[in-house]
Design a binder for this molecule. Structure first.
Ligand code: V47
Ligand code: SF4
Length: 393
């Protein structure tokens, strides 16, 4: 727990910054656990130095989580990259008409992937892919049931709201009916993808044809009503401006006030390789760190802030731990293509547990393995490297 001294220390440190006066009110709010306004969020983006935002964000991070940095042991299944939609930033999908250039896994092939982890201490399978017109709700309900039958302890986190919106409409089911069907089949939580940027004018320009902001939020709200936890992402650093980012986070913060069903906010840095937005430059590392810091300060009701290390790279993921981030996803351990095709730092996004633990310890944070719902599996802060057992991937 942070003492009153820390609070005084923060206030006096803020005064030592040349722009300190401008941020007195925010400093007070940060130390009093009060919510900042949209205008204050914008002010941070536009006028605060990187050092100042880091200080606020780290204060909040340490108050909420101390030095703990979570990771989990998961693997991804990407059922297909065939997609009926054509998001301009996507480097990964192939239209149905060009499906011979893409891949489409059968249920048996996906079960083979699941079985290849038998005996390994993974806790989560993350299923996400393109929106294939022939892979419908029944297909995925059967797949999830088979996974749960084979390995009941494996948490199934799957499907973006974009995939679900299409599946439910095709099955002529309401969101509530569709979600319940998936829950009954064994789906336990949802990842945060497909949110992109909620602002309608930007969304029209980068991903015009998929579910809109209200549809995305409704699907997550319905999942929360059923007791499922979900994540939320934001694709930033392309043609949006700071006000669009604040608007996006504001809509998420409002839904979280209502449902408290979100676990984690994940800002995703736009990567510009091999897509229709290759002319748009990528954001700098400074901009990335500021994004994390402002997210940590603004999203006061989100317990966790995640840096997705395959996208950001290992060193920047380490850096982000001083900018509010308290989670760096997982071992992942597969050939996740959605990012490597877009030019991410990691062409083979896989780290074993020991590598992840070392990465976190190198920046003097405390590595804690969690399950999908943030129950602690193991605190590695006192772990001797030699104690890693052979079942760890
Ligand atoms: O919605 C696609 C993004 C997302 C690019 O919830 C791109 O734990 C950057 O949401 N540059 C899907 N990003 C993946 C996702 C996710 C990933 C890891 C963990 C979780 C979680 C969720 O990938 C898409 C889109 O925003 N994306 N193309 C690109 N060129
Ligand atoms: Fe399809 Fe997702 Fe790519 Fe958009 S981002 S084209 S919905 S796979």
């Amino acid at each position: 727990m942070i003492s009153t001294n820390k609070e005084d220390e923060l206030i006096s440190l803020v005064n030592s910054f040349h722009e300190g006066n401008l941020f007195k009110k925010i400093a007070e709010k940060v130390t009093n656990d009060e919510r900042i306004t949209d205008e204050e969020g914008l002010l941070l983006f536009e006028k605060a130095s990187l050092g100042l935002t880091a200080m606020f964000a780290n204060y909040i991070r340490e108050k909420k989580h101390g030095d703990i940095t979570y990771f989990n042991r998961n693997f991804h299944i990407e059922p297909t990259n065939v997609c009926v939609f054509s998001c301009k930033f996507c480097s990964y999908s192939r239209l149905y008409a060009h499906r011979d250039e893409g891949w489409q896994l059968s249920a048996d092939q996906m079960m083979d992937i699941v079985k290849s982890y038998d005996g390994k201490a993974v806790t989560e399978v993350h299923i996400v892919g393109g929106v294939h017109p022939k892979m419908d709700l029944n297909f995925f309900c059967d797949l999830i049931s088979r996974i749960k039958q084979h390995r009941p302890d494996l948490h199934v986190k799957g499907f973006t709201a974009v995939e679900l919106d299409y599946m439910f409409r095709k099955a002529k089911l309401t969101i509530a009916e569709g979600m319940l069907k998936l829950k009954n089949a064994g789906l336990q939580s949802m990842p945060g993808g497909g949110a992109e940027i909620f602002d309608e004018s930007i969304r029209q320009q980068i991903s015009a044809d998929k579910v809109d902001a209200d549809g995305w939020l409704k699907i997550h709200e319905e999942a929360h009503k059923l007791g499922m936890h979900t994540n939320a992402t934001m694709l930033y650093g392309h043609i949006e401006n700071y006000a669009h980012r604040i608007d996006h986070m504001n809509r998420l913060r409002n839904l979280q006030d209502k449902t408290n069903g979100f676990n984690t906010f994940i800002p995703l840095k736009f990567r510009n390789k091999n897509n229709d937005m290759s002319n748009v430059p990528e954001s700098s590392v400074v901009e990335d760190m500021k994004m994390y810091a402002v997210a940590r300060i603004y999203m006061d009701n989100f317990p966790h802030l995640k840096a997705y290390w395959p996208m950001l790279g290992r060193q920047n993921a380490q850096l982000s731990l001083s900018f509010g981030v308290n989670d760096i996803d997982g071992t992942i351990d597969d050939s996740t293509k959605i990012y490597s095709m877009a030019g991410s730092e990691e062409q083979k996004p896989s780290m074993n547990t020991q590598e992840l633990v070392t990465l976190i310890k190198q920046v003097k944070r405390r590595p804690v393995e969690r399950d999908t719902l943030y129950n602690v599996i193991k605190d590695y802060s006192l772990q001797n490297a030699k104690e890693f057992d052979v079942t760890m991937n």
